[in-house]
Design a protein around this ligand. Structure first.
Ligand code: NAD
Length: 468
């Protein structure tokens, strides 16, 4: 079992707290690692290091910053099997999916950030004057447990590429892959103070970061409730804030769609990573006239998602990430039944003695005002709602406080028109895959700001109007 330290000013550093967080493997309940439960004093030290390193890092040329990020991409690539195993062990995702769903993204984030650093036009001449963009200084990232590596790299690599120094607080549930990332950053020989990491609890380290006067910008990914709290704290010092929050995204099946393709996408989105995906399509809207046909397809497709040991190559779905997540998802399954929804696939698990497993579940006969259609369950649970008219489907799709993502299946032009009318930040029509360099983020209570590509890069640059 590995015991990590904090990483401050280019060195592994003991926390002043002398308290620890045990990291559990959700498949075996074994403690597989320990990280310090940092505190406010640790945050002060990390921020001081980041602040001291900021001017020299901002002075480096974009090419120098890009070179280090590309070297980092090489280190992660070389150590990809280690990263995959650690993520599988601490999160529970089947090992065979850990690279594609988690590690590959970190490598491409580093390369994309390097490309952006080099290609970005930091000063633009206009008829009225020059618009110049400059790094903020110190950027902090607070990240969740469900995509524990890429939620850090998606924000911190562009922040670093843009010339900021950073402080990361990873989730207390799955911090080990970020410890490995820190080793990779050390191996790539970034200057001391450019990257710092303080592990710990949200209420301690997270709050201290949100309130810190020397942090200029804060990028938070997590629940909407957490984001609201962090955002309020961060406004005490008028920091730039980016919030990437929860979702309850619709997948709308129009009459005449390829129903098989729609069902395949719905199951993959709702079940992979044990349903612990912010932009998962967890509400499936289907035409009532084709309910029987689509239900039969759902039964057949869902059967492919075998839940089991993450190290067993036949497993498609591992356990949930923690006992808390297990209890929460089990409660939602009970609530769905109590509200009158029909469990077409799956069951309410009895106990979690042998790991936090919940079999993929599909509720049908769901109404959009049921709790299982309104709240983010964050487990492998799909809620299927049938509709009579297209206008009703649109109203239901948009009847949510969230607006992160959505999908539409149907005759191409009609589906495209429908997608344009969904209030969400990321829409895929007829199974189109999201491309790299595109913005990602939510409307409404799914967030403020964007990650990915140039939009994500610009979140970490201040704007100056310059006249002479
Ligand atoms: P969470 O809000 O509980 O925690 C996220 C991070 O914030 C953790 O590091 C936590 O320690 C910290 N934190 C929590 N409360 C805090 C507070 N009051 N002050 C300071 N820090 C605090 O979320 P989670 O359970 O780790 O992650 C799951 C949530 O994240 C889901 O709602 C999911 O939809 C969302 N998410 C969103 C995106 C996105 O890009 N929109 C991506 C991944 C996950």
């Amino acid at each position: 079992m590995k015991k990590y330290q904090l990483y401050i000013n280019g060195s592994w550093t003991e926390s002043v707290s002398d308290r620890w967080i045990e990291v559990e493997n959700p498949a075996t309940k074994e403690v597989i690692g320990m990280v310090p439960r940092g505190n406010e004093t640790d945050v002060d030290k990390a921020v001081a290091a980041a602040k001291a390193a900021a001017p020299a890092w901002a002075e480096k040329t974009p090419q120098e910053r890009a070179l280090l990020l590309r070297r980092l991409a090489e280190v992660i690539e070389r150590r990809k099997d280690e990263f995959s195993l650690v993520i599988s062990n601490e999160l529970g995702i089947p090992l065979k999916h850990a690279f594609d769903f988690h590690v590959a993204g970190a490598i491409s984030d580093a390369k994309e950030a390097a490309d952006l650093a080099e290609s970005y036009e930091y000063e633009k001449q206009t008829d009225a004057g020059v618009i110049r963009r400059e790094p903020f200084g110190v950027v902090a990232g607070i990240t969740p447990w469900n995509y524990p590596l890429t939620q850090a790299t998606y924000k911190l690599f562009p922040a670093i590429a843009a010339g900021n120094t950073v402080v990361l607080k990873p989730s207390q549930n799955t911090p080990l892959c970020c410890c490995l990332l820190t080793e990779a950053i050390e191996e790539a020989e970034f200057p001391a103070g450019v990257f710092n990491m303080v592990t710990g609890a949200g209420g301690e380290v997270g709050n201290a970061i949100a309130l810190h006067p020397d942090i200029d910008a804060l990028s938070f990914t997590g629940s909407t409730a957490g984001g609201i709290e962090v955002g309020k704290l961060a406004l005490n010092t008028v920091k730039k804030i980016t919030l990437e929050l929860g979702g309850k995204s619709p997948l709308v099946v129009l009459e005449g769609a390829d129903y098989e393709a729609a069902v395949k996408e719905a199951c993959s989105s709702a079940f992979m990573n044990s349903g612990q995906t912010c932009c998962a399509y967890t509400r499936m809207l289907i035409p009532a006239s084709h309910q029987d046909e689509i239900e039969a397809l759902l039964v057949k497709e869902a059967a492919k998602y075998i839940a089991g040991d993450p190290l067993d190559p036949i497993s498609e779905v591992g356990p949930l990430s923690s006992e808390r997540a297990f209890e929460k998802v089990r409660d939602y399954l009970k609530k769905g039944l109590a509200e009158g929804a029909r469990l077409l696939v799956g069951e309410v698990p009895e106990d979690c003695e042998h790991g936090y497993y919940v079999k993929p579940a599909v509720f049908v006969d769901v109404k959009n005002d049921m709790i299982i259609a309104k709240e983010e369950i964050f487990g492998p649970v799909l809620s299927v709602i049938s509709y009579e008219t297209k206008e009703e489907a649109l109203a239901v799709a948009n009847d949510t406080p969230y607006g992160l993502a959505g999908a539409v299946f149907g005759p191409q032009e009609e589906a495209l028109d429908f997608a344009r009318r969904i209030k969400a930040g990321f829409l895929c029509v007829n199974g189109a895959a999201g491309g790299s360099g595109m913005p990602f983020g939510g409307y409404k209570q799914s967030g403020i700001g964007r990650e990915g590509g140039m939009f994500g890069f610009e979140e970490f640059l201040e704007v100056k109007a310059l006249f002479w």
